[in-house]
Design a protein around this ligand. Structure first.
Ligand code: SAH
Length: 461
């Protein structure tokens, strides 16, 4: 076999035209067809690059000089944008971000899913009016510097903690609580956890915020069970932040990157805070999964409900149901909803949330969607609509097969990864379904993530 020689060489300079963005927001240029990834370059721009690394099928470059600048280029408002890595698109206008996400979804559906874009409508991405301060959960690592504690984020590709006072995509109340806790802990001489020596006490500070209720929860994640100066800490925090309804300690004694440990105890107030999505109330505990952008979650679920187009007589299955958010949303308009989810604690939350809202036409099961739904099918359960909201890896093939056997009139596919949506849609299309429309929703402004809801219907033969 002849060895393909890459047309670029390390440390050499090239002129490049940028056409696309990678999954981590770098610009993509093709040099004699060879893809080169260049941070901080935008589609529509051109410039001089220096090659820094060459791999078999692609290379990495550094932007040396911009020849042509995109009209959508902006100065990133966050002072730590480059160090942090949490956001990838602050240097692109918000409109540019929304347009890119729509274009990306179209491109992936056509390339991987062989979707005919003349027939399937991919709508413009629904963005936020104010795409800042949207995160309802802060989870910050704590470290030490002479003179006290620091709390912020791990510098890109390292485990060095950088101190940060304000994260622009975070609810500002969450940042204020983190700052206050950091200052109080510094003053009373609390030690931060040290990953290298596995010593010290405070590992992370987590704050959760109820978007509708304004209720807040503060979680101390510590290495050991003890809690120095607990009483005065609680008194000071609760006096300063009357919206805090719950303070808990989570103990994580392990050497691990996983943030939360197994044991949680309530230090003050309630075990839960509450929030609403639409008119459904949710109880959120320290360990509950809950969507981090509640405003856009409502937009996403309303779209899912619209695509399900329920009249009140339908049986619906919600696969990958988490804490039952979509199930409860749909139950208001359906005869019966079955939810399935693999994490037992999430199903406990889902059942609690159903009781909290007096919703009785839902049933939840713990297990793999691909094992539980076939069992339901054997028991004679037939869904008119199946909603799937899988993790990034998409649906298990056997689940798709069960859908093809069960033949619901509609499938509503909620996806956080267009590539696996495209792969799965190809299987459903082959089995007699037709993708009608896709609505990208921007759940994570300034990042590369894009969420889609799509309506897929059984073809009439
Ligand atoms: N629909 C929910 C959660 C979606 S996230 C919401 O909108 O909030 C995807 C969920 O799928 C996670 O809760 C994850 O635990 C669950 N999951 C992952 N693999 C699964 C499987 N094989 N079967 C069922 N659930 C699974």
């Amino acid at each position: 076999m002849t060895k393909v020689v890459p047309p670029v060489e390390k440390n050499e300079y090239y002129d490049a035209v940028f056409e696309d963005l990678t999954h981590d927001g770098a610009g993509v240029a093709k040099i004699e067809g060879f893809p080169v990834f260049v941070p901080n370059a935008l589609p529509g721009e051109s410039g001089k690059i220096k090659i820094v690394k060459v791999k078999k099928g692609y290379g990495y470059g550094r932007l040396i000089e911009l020849y042509e600048q995109s009209p959508e280029r902006r100065a990133a408002p966050c002072p730590v944008y480059k160090q942090c890595g949490g956001c990838q698109l602050q240097h692109l206008s918000y409109k540019g971000q929304l347009d890119h996400k729509q274009k990306h979804v179209k491109e992936v559906l056509a390339r991987i899913g062989k979707v005919n874009l003349d027939k399937v409508i991919v709508h413009p991405t629904i963005g936020m009016k104010n795409p800042w301060n949207y995160r309802n959960k802060a989870q910050v690592p704590v470290g030490e510097r002479e003179g006290g504690l620091i709390a912020g984020f791990y510098q890109k590709r390292t485990h060095d903690i950088i101190d940060m006072e304000r994260c622009l995509i975070q609810q500002s109340e969450n940042d204020e609580v983190v700052q206050a806790v950091k200052n109080i802990c510094s003053r009373i001489g609390i030690q931060a956890y040290d990953e290298l020596t596995h010593q010290g006490w405070l590992r992370h500070i987590m704050v959760r915020y109820g978007y509708q209720t304004k209720e807040m929860m503060l979680v101390f994640i510590t290495r050991t069970k003890d809690f120095p100066n607990k009483k005065s800490m609680i008194a000071e925090i609760t006096a300063k932040f009357p919206n805090i309804k719950s303070i808990v300690q989570n103990i994580n004694p392990k050497r691990t990157n996983v943030i939360l440990g197994d044991e949680t105890r309530i230090l003050w107030g309630s075990e839960y805070i509450y929030d609403y999505i639409g008119n459904i109330k949710f109880a959120i505990s320290a360990k509950s999964f809950y969507q981090v952008n509640p405003e856009q979650t409502k937009v996403l679920y309303e779209k899912a409900l619209e695509y399900a187009n329920l009249s009140g007589n339908e049986t619906v299955i919600d696969a990958y149901c988490g804490i039952g958010t979509i199930s409860l949303f749909l139950a208001q308009k359906a005869k019966k909803v079955y939810g399935v989810e693999i994490v037992p604690e999430a199903i406990e939350d889902a059942k609690r949330n159903a009781r909290l809202n007096n919703i009785e036409n839902v049933e939840f099961a713990v297990g793999e969607a691909e094992s539980i739904i076939p069992k339901w099918y054997e028991q004679g359960i037939r869904a008119d609509v199946i909603v799937v909201d899988p993790p990034r890896k998409g649906c298990d093939e056997s689940l798709l097969q069960t859908i093809l056997d069960m033949k619901p009139k509609k499938v509503v596919y909620v996806s956080c990864n267009p590539a696996t949506l495209a792969r799965d849609i190809a299987i459903l299309e082959q089995g007699g379904y037709e993708m009608k429309e896709v609505q990208p929703v921007d759940m994570f402004p300034h990042t590369m993530h894009v969420e889609c809801v799509s309506q897929i219907v059984l073809r009439k033969n």
